[in-house]
Design a protein around this ligand. Structure first.
Ligand code: HEM
Length: 221
């Protein structure tokens, strides 16, 4: 472990390590087209469906990890998104939204990896937890704003509830607290390095989902 890694807070390390991939995800063709208003609500719906599979994997595994020394402190009920995604999907797909719902191959792979970590490697689960929830609390708010404007959802209403954390009044301070949890994570240097690697993996899994969504929805303009 180099001197920088030994003295830099873990929350900074993990952010720096995924910075490049964050830009890649943010500027992926699918995201750019979606946020640029170049795709229809069907593409937004398909994207929301993929999120449901990912969050189901994250949150089904959460309860068993509550007492885990590594992942336990990160499990916080105010973050849970499955119920919100289900309300959004009922709005987008109708009451029988579950019927015929299938993940894209990249989404199935992503969800499987999350489940695998949840069941067998709690530090790896932390990497996935960080990648999704801290992102949703940050860039997610930009996506919500664009979605409301592009497809006419009510502000913070059905269709965009996934992006609304009703029980987190101050996201900036919540994120500060979350970074403190990362800095205090119960893992040695080698394990921290493995968490960072898993975070990069998590970003790659997200980018793969965007790639498949991009193939399914080439820009209409
Ligand atoms: C167009 C899509 C996206 C936009 C506009 C966006 C934007 C942002 C912004 C503005 C921040 C705040 C940076 C800060 O607090 O200094 C952020 C942080 C973050 N984003 Fe994104 N993001 C997007 C996509 C993603 C994706 C796809 C992921 C991964 C699944 C992701 C994961 C994260 C994470 C983990 C952070 C927290 C970084 C940290 O402070 O440790 N973002 N994003």
């Amino acid at each position: 472990m180099d001197a920088t890694a030994a003295t830099t807070p873990f929350s900074t390390l993990i952010r720096m390590a995924s910075h490049e991939q964050h830009t890649e995800a943010e500027t992926s063709t699918f995201m750019s087209d979606l946020l640029g208003g170049r795709l229809g609500v069907v593409a937004y719906t398909r994207y929301t469906e993929q999120l449901w599979f990912v969050y189901r994997a994250l949150e089904e595994g959460a309860e068993a990890l509550l007492t885990d020394p590594v992942a336990g402190p990160f499990i916080q009920p105010e973050l849970m998104r499955t119920a919100e995604l289900e309300r959004d999907l009922a709005h987008l797909r109708g009451a029988d939204w579950r019927r015929g719902l299938e993940p894209l191959p990249a989404t199935a792979e992503y969800a499987d990896r999350v489940t695998e970590c949840a069941r067998g490697w709690s530090a790896g689960y932390v990497a996935h937890h960080y990648t999704r929830y801290l992102g949703d609390l940050s860039g997610g708010q930009i996506i919500r704003d664009r979605a409301e404007k592009t497809w006419g959802f009510a502000r913070k209403g059905d269709g965009v509830r996934f992006y609304v954390f009703e029980r987190i009044a101050n996201p900036a301070s919540f994120k500060r607290g979350y970074r403190e949890l990362l800095d205090a994570v119960d893992a040695d240097e080698l394990e921290k390095r493995r968490i960072v690697d898993e975070c990069r993996h998590a970003f790659a899994l997200n980018t793969a989902v965007f790639r498949e969504l991009g193939e399914a929805f080439p820009r209409s303009a």
